[in-house]
Design a protein around this ligand. Structure first.
Ligand SMILES: Nc1ncnc2c1ncn2[C@@H]1O[C@H](COP(=O)(O)OP(=O)(O)OP(=O)(O)O)[C@@H](O)[C@H]1O
Length: 211
């Protein structure tokens, strides 16, 4: 179980997050919702260790830790809003790069990538470069890349924002499929329909914290 307590973050003296508490339950999907600018992405980036909180505590299974530590241990995976694929590498290399850099053999990384490509209907695209893919395909590659590290918790920043409505339903089905396999997921979204389709719990970001 991942628990955040008292998370506070200011940008240029403006309070974005004000002592926020959040619990992420194992095997569940938590949607973080709220209007634009309320700090959803900032919160996700803090959980992922891409942004540092000014105050607050993070615990994993009751033990205090840091996002960097959780990422190093492969506990957290992140699917970025703009996919953040490496344009110079093929789809397959995008998926195998991080595992091989963290010590997995190329052979094992390739086998895992082939499995994920098949699972996410991307086998045909294995040798393609990101620029040639559709938005939905890029999204699935970004998800496959995060899954390749076998995270316990997968974080998604606005996973549907670049997709048309039909693809949005596909992403919802995918997340629900991952849940069946026991994955813990945290989804930042401003899309309430999507949140309703995937979430066990909806966390509404508090508003009006500006000082
Ligand atoms: N690096 C930064 N420097 C200064 N201000 C920032 C920075 N990152 C975010 N902000 C500000 O913090 C506030 C919250 O931004 P954030 O992106 O977390 O909101 P959001 O709820 O995810 O919005 P959206 O739904 O539009 O993505 C905004 O006012 C934004 O301008």
């Amino acid at each position: 179980m991942l628990e955040l307590t008292g998370i506070t973050k200011k940008f240029n003296g403006r309070t974005i997050l004000n002592g926020l508490d959040l619990t992420v339950t194992d095997g569940k999907t938590l949607a973080i919702v709220g209007p634009s600018g309320v700090g959803k992405t900032t919160l996700l980036r803090i959980i992922a260790g891409l942004e540092e909180a000014d105050a607050g505590k993070l615990t994993w299974n009751g033990k205090q830790t840091t996002p960097d530590e959780l990422r190093k241990q492969g506990i957290l995976g992140v699917v970025f809003q703009n996919f953040a694929l490496f344009p110079q590498y093929t789809v397959k290399k995008n998926i195998t790069l991080a595992p091989t850099l963290s010590g997995t053999s190329q052979q094992d990384a390739d086998a895992k990538a082939d499995e994920l490509l098949a699972q996410l209907s991307l086998t045909q695209q294995a040798d393609a470069f990101p620029a040639t893919l559709s938005g939905g395909q890029k999204q699935r590659v970004a998800i496959a890349r995060a899954l390749a590290l076998n995270p316990d918790v997968l974080l998604y920043d606005e996973p549907t924002s670049a997709l048309d409505p039909a693809l949005r339903d596909n992403v919802a089905a995918m997340l629900n499929q991952f849940k069946q396999s026991g994955m813990t997921q945290v989804v930042v979204t401003h899309d309430m329909d999507f949140a309703a389709a995937v979430a066990d719990t909806v966390f509404k970001m508090p508003t009006g914290t500006e000082d």
